[in-house]
Design a protein around this ligand. Structure first.
Ligand SMILES: [Zn+2]
Length: 113
């Protein structure tokens, strides 16, 4: 079964995952956060895209909250069973469970480790 053998945070705010098939992968924190699979984020994402479309049509910029404007960081990653990670972000969000399969599908930045 495919699983990460090591996790590292890069200086340019990406998560580097090394998989047991010898592939390494880089996922920017922002992509991880925006892809958070929890119910709250999925609802928010729907609202946001609608908001974004409305803002565009009248020519104004969406306003970021203070937490959203601050550089994002990963505070911790806890294994969940042997299939996922529970990721805690610096904006205080920590309800997302990221399965290995999902992480693997997130970024095209993959290279032989
Ligand atoms: Zn979430």
């Amino acid at each position: 079964m495919l699983h990460p053998v090591s996790l590292a945070k890069t200086n340019d705010r990406k998560l580097e995952i090394r998989w047991n098939d010898d592939l390494s992968q880089l996922i920017p924190y922002r992509i991880l956060r925006d892809s958070c699979p929890c119910a709250t984020c999925r609802e928010k994402a729907d609202g946001k895209s609608q908001q974004g479309a409305a803002a565009k049509s009248i020519g104004i910029l969406p306003i970021l909250s203070a937490a959203e404007a601050r550089p994002l960081d990963i505070v911790s990653m806890q294994p969940v069973g042997n299939y996922a990670y529970h990721i805690k972000f610096s904006d205080g969000h920590s309800t997302g469970i990221f399965t290995f399969e999902f992480l693997r599908s997130l970024s095209d930045e993959k290279f032989p480790g």
